[in-house]
Design a protein around this ligand. Structure first.
Ligand code: NAI
Ligand code: MG
Length: 369
């Protein structure tokens, strides 16, 4: 039986609460003999700062490097607002992304029919929506040099950020998008602003060349990022996989997220380069939401984003596609049965707690298996 080494970093606030529900799913798959999961748990974020005065330890980083996948809960909260900048809770997540080389951020936006009325858009626009935004995560204007605020001779100040992309960076993110599309509906929409940005011209050329050379079987279209933002709200179901840079991806993925309703529903994956020797990738899976200090410790958090993130690890790190489908179908079914945590309940509708939602998903998996 295949065996996988999983590092769990629950973090702060509701992080540990939603991670505990993933534990139930892991135990079930283990018991079913789907695979053997060797799980380890370590500290990150404020919890780590309290114990070690850093937001992640070198020992935890080494475990993350060695793991087949990292599951990350959430970090931060008012308790740590005053800690030194380099030790702030988010620094742990940034170090993980950087040291593991996680350049591809996958954010699915799925609208379950049972929740279509929770969207701010009309039901027919979002019902059944299933798209993925692939955002380049380690390059572009967030990291390009020079990056500075300089004082000019006349006393004025000038703030500078630099958008930089190389052929290699565009190619590797493009490849992730095309390969993903092949497992889905075979369509990639690449987005930039080639009309006003040189990096956009290059982005367009490189994705087109990659398409021609290796992915002729996948449909490729190009859309300017501003036009794409409009289309995402007008008729999002025209898309399958959208690939774009760090800045546009940041904004477009938040738009796509809100098409589907609650933050508590949104999973994500961050992938690194494939090791040519083993075919394995470094990967980190985390919900899009934060530590939700307002509801932490109350058993109210929706665990679906975290469980959905684990389902993505089954798909993208472990190659357990049937198990991934099983988890995702179980989530859709419990929602269809009317089960709701407070964040997704309609006014007056009964809500269940974190543990009940997790248990119901496992029970549904059992019924389906
Ligand atoms: P947040 O995502 O933690 O919460 C925003 C709102 O959504 C809150 O009302 C919260 O109760 C609700 N919410 C979030 N997740 C939920 C879930 N699973 N179930 C039910 N309701 C949920 O964002 P916020 O409030 O801006 O940040 C809180 C803390 O989290 C801050 O310290 C922030 O820095 C940190 N944060 C951490 C992230 C991470 O670890 N990747 C990402 C975003 C924020
Ligand atoms: Mg953002």
């Amino acid at each position: 039986m295949a065996s996988f080494n999983v590092l769990m970093l629950p973090g702060d606030g509701i992080g540990p609460e939603v991670m505990a529900e993933v534990g139930k799913v892991v135990d079930f798959l283990d018991k079913q003999g789907v695979a053997r999961f060797e799980t380890e748990t370590d500290l990150v974020g404020g919890a780590c700062y309290d114990a070690h005065k850093v937001s992640i330890t070198d020992a935890a980083m080494a475990r993350a490097q060695a793991a087949d996948a990292v599951l990350f809960g959430a970090v931060g909260g008012p308790k740590w607002d005053a800690v030194p900048y380099d030790a702030r809770p988010e620094a742990g997540l940034l170090r993980l992304r950087k040291d593991l080389g996680l350049f591809a951020n996958l954010r699915p936006a799925i609208c379950y029919p049972a929740l279509a009325d929770a969207s701010s858009l009309k039901r027919e626009v979002v019902e059944g929506l299933d798209i993925v935004i692939v955002r380049e995560l380690t390059g572009g204007v967030y990291f390009g040099e020079p990056k500075e605020i300089v004082t000019l001779e006349n006393g004025e100040k000038r703030g500078v950020d630099t958008q930089v992309y190389t052929t290699h960076e565009i190619e590797r993110i493009g490849r992730v998008a095309f390969e993903l599309a092949r497992k889905r509906r075979n369509k990639v929409t690449s987005s930039e602003k080639r009309n006003v940005m040189k990096s956009g011209v290059l982005w367009n050329q490189v994705t087109s060349a990659l398409h021609k050379a290796e992915f002729g079987d996948v449909e490729l279209e190009h859309q300017l990022a501003d036009a794409l933002a409009m289309q995402l709200v007008r008729w999002p179901k025209q898309f399958d996989v959208i690939v774009t840079d760090n800045l546009f991806g940041d904004i477009l993925s938040d738009i796509a997220a809100m098409l589907t309703g609650s933050l508590g529903m949104l999973p994500s994956a961050s992938l690194g380069a494939e090791d040519p020797a083993t075919g394995k990738r470094k990967a980190l899976y985390e919900p899009v939401h934060g530590s939700a200090p307002d509801i932490a410790g109350k058993g109210l958090a929706n665990p679906i984003a975290m469980i959905g993130s684990f389902a993505m690890s089954l798909r993208y790190s472990f190659g357990l596609l049937e198990a991934a489908d099983l988890v995702e179908t179980a989530i859709a079914n419990v929602l269809a049965q009317g089960l709701r945590t407070k964040d997704i309940a309609a006014a007056g509708q009964n809500a269940v707690g974190t543990g009940e939602m997790g248990a119901a998903i496992v029970k549904e998996m059992q019924a389906l298996a």
